[in-house]
Ligand binder design. Structure first.
Ligand SMILES: [Zn+2]
Length: 316
């Protein structure tokens, strides 16, 4: 059988198609994503009225009822956009196509926009991906595992100056733990915590009571036995013990690690959670064709509220 990613189904929206469709069609795509219930006809975000005047020259609408002026991106993550709709759609396609993530530098080169623009745009798309993930509790078999990111300490040049980096006293204090909870054949939820055991209280909020937890021998997971049917696999002995394993969680970390090492080279602490959520979105949707992935992200962008964190980021 042909691998999914090699099949024609996996590539349903190409950059070529985006640039061929042109600005008007790209604009209509955003209208369709924003107002699906009226098939792309504008709806006033203030009063819900569907009667609007078109101010076509500026891609704006004016509400007949309350005279509110708005555009297709008003109030969303893409509000006060400066890029064309073609560029925004292309950015989404470039972004979803990067299995290991896409660096802001690459977006900046591919779209010929400033690095700052690409940086904020990428983070907005990450935010949309996070919104797109449903928040219902995980159930069934849920694998849980943690891995540490950040806090790299560079070894000194001379051997006699080098410190034992395994010792806590020589650590940078910036190391953080990403914990993934991953439903078998289902969704995954990442969290950033100081160490594995700190994630146990979060399990209560995010995993159903009757779920079965699979965890490795890490002492932090002992507390899980108090709340859930919990099965352990000792990785120093074997990776799979009578069907119990955390291989799906490992697969997630392998992707996040490749994103860190291969794409971004360094992930700054405050952004770790955003990248962790992006990796989980990519894992959960890895078998969805790229056109549908782009529409999912586009849909989330248009359904979003203006970003608190990223709106006017460089103007502060
Ligand atoms: Zn109105």
């Amino acid at each position: 059988m042909q691998h999914f990613l090699l099949s024609a189904k996996a590539r349903t929206l190409s950059l070529k198609a985006v640039f061929r469709m042109g600005e008007d069609a790209a604009y209509r795509t955003f209208c369709d994503l924003r107002w699906p219930e009226t098939e792309g006809e504008a709806v006033c975000p203030r009063c819900g009225c569907t009667e609007t005047y078109n101010i076509t020259s500026r891609c704006k609408f004016k509400c007949v009822a309350c005279h509110h002026q708005f555009s297709v991106t008003s109030g969303t993550i893409f509000s006060s956009r400066k890029l064309s709709f073609t560029d925004l759609l292309a950015a989404i396609v470039i972004f979803v196509n990067g299995a290991k993530g896409v660096s802001a530098l690459q977006v900046s080169r591919d779209l010929d926009v400033q690095y700052k623009t690409a940086f904020v745009l990428s983070h907005k798309l990450r935010e949309a991906m996070a919104l797109e993930q449903a928040s219902a509790k995980l159930d069934g078999i849920v694998e849980i595992d943690g891995a540490y990111f950040g806090g790299y300490v560079k070894p000194e040049n001379r051997k006699e100056d080098r410190k034992d980096r395994r010792l806590k006293i020589n650590a940078s204090g910036k190391r953080q733990c990403v914990v993934i909870m991953r439903e078998r054949n289902g969704r995954s939820l990442p969290f950033v915590v100081p160490s594995e055991g700190d994630a146990v209280p979060l399990v209560r909020d995010n995993v159903a009571n009757l779920a079965t937890m699979y965890a490795d021998e890490g002492a932090g997971w002992d507390a899980l036995h108090n709340g859930w049917n919990t099965k352990r696999v000792n990785h120093s002995v074997q990776f799979m013990d009578k069907g119990v394993c955390t291989n799906q969680a490992e697969s997630y970390f392998s992707r996040l690690r490749r994103m860190e090492v291969g794409t971004h080279h360094h992930i700054a602490g405050p952004y770790l959670a955003a990248y962790a959520r992006e990796a989980s979105w990519r894992e959960d949707n890895r078998r969805v064709d790229n056109g549908s992935q782009a529409m999912m992200v586009g849909n989330a962008v248009m359904a979003s509220r203006q970003s608190r964190r990223w709106a006017g980021y460089w103007q502060r």
